[in-house]
Design a protein around this ligand. Sequence first.
Ligand SMILES: CSC[C@@H](O)[C@@H](O)C(=O)COP(=O)(O)O
Length: 351
Amino acid sequence: MSKYPLIVRAVEWVDGKVRWINTNLLPYEELYEESQDHERIARAIESMEIRGAPAIGVAAALAIAATALKFSNINSVDELKDIISKAIERLRRTRPTAFNLFWALNRISNVLSRNYSSVEALRKAIVDEALSIYHEDIETNIKIGEIGEKLIDDGDTILTHCNAGALATAAFGTALGVIRAAWYNGKKIKVIATETRPVLQGARLTVWELKKEGIPVTLVTDNMVGYIMYKGLVNKVIVGADRILLDGFVINKIGTYSIAIIAKRHGVPFYVAAPTSTIDPVSSINDIVIEERNANEVRYIMNKMLITMPDVDVLNPAFDVTPPELVTSIITEKGIIEPPFRENIMKILSL
Ligand SMILES: CSC[C@@H](O)[C@@H](O)C(=O)COP(=O)(O)O
C-alpha cells in the first residue's frame, strides 16, 4: 500500500478485462471504457484515449492477457500462441515512438517462446506476466517520485510539459510523480504547465491532475516559456520521456527540445523522469521513427474548432529529440543518472 494517494488509475485490470480512462473526454474519472478485445484496445491507443508511454505499455500487455482469457475454448498450445502472436503484431503497429510499448510486448513474446504442457499453463503465464508489468509500473513510478523528489527544494517553481502524470501511466506518474512526492513530503512547490499544442495534454490532463490534489498550478501557452524563464519565474524543469537512447538522447513530446534550449540559456536544470523501461538499449538516433499524426490535430482544436484554412499543409510530428548536452540528469526507479550518459546508463542497466 502506497503512502501516497493514487488519485486515478488510467489503465487497470478488472475481472479479466482492460479498463481505462478515455483521456480525450472530460470528466476523466467518470468515463471508463472497458474491453477484452485487443483490436478495440489497439484503437484506443491509436486515438490516444490511452496515451503516455508507460500507460501504452501497460495497456498493450493487459490487452494480450485479456485476449488469452477471451479465447477460452482453444485446444492446443500452438493455436493460442498463434492468436497471441497476431495480437502482439497488431498492438506493435499502434504507435511507433514510445519505447515502453515494444518493451512490454517483448516481455510477453518472451513468455510465448517457452514450452508449455497445456493451454492453461500458457494462459496463466501470459496473464501473470501482464499483471507483473501493470503492478511494476505503479511501484516504479512511486520509486521515481521518491528518488526524484530529493532534487526538489521547498519553494521551487517547476515547469513541466505535456502530461507525464497518472494519466500517462497506470497510476501516479513519472514527472508528476516527482512533483507529487515532493508535495506529499511537505515541500511547498508550484508548477507551471505548458498547454502542449496540438493535443493539449498539459492544459487538459496535467492541470486536471494537479488541481485535483490541490498542488498549485499555472497554465501557460507553449510560446511563453522563453519569457517566463527570462523573468526568472521557473527554477527547475521536469519532463517525462517516450524513449531514451543509451547516449542520453531524450525523445519526448514535441516542444520539449525548445524548452531544454531555453532552460540551458537561463541556467535552469532540466530533469527527465522515466522508468528504465523507457530506455531503448539498441537503437541509435537515426533508427528512431517520430510519429507524424493527423494534420487535423493542428487545423482544429480538439477536432472541433477549425482555426485555419481547411486545406493548409501541416506538419504534425508528435515528438522531438533533446540532445544529451541539454539534459541535467535522468531520474529512474534505479537511481539518478548523470552525464556521461552512455557510461552511466549502461551501468544502471547492467549492460
Ligand atoms: C510519460 S509519457 C512521456 C510524456 O512526457 C509525453 O511525451 C507524453 O505524454 C506522451 O505523449 P502522448 O502523445 O500523449 O502519448
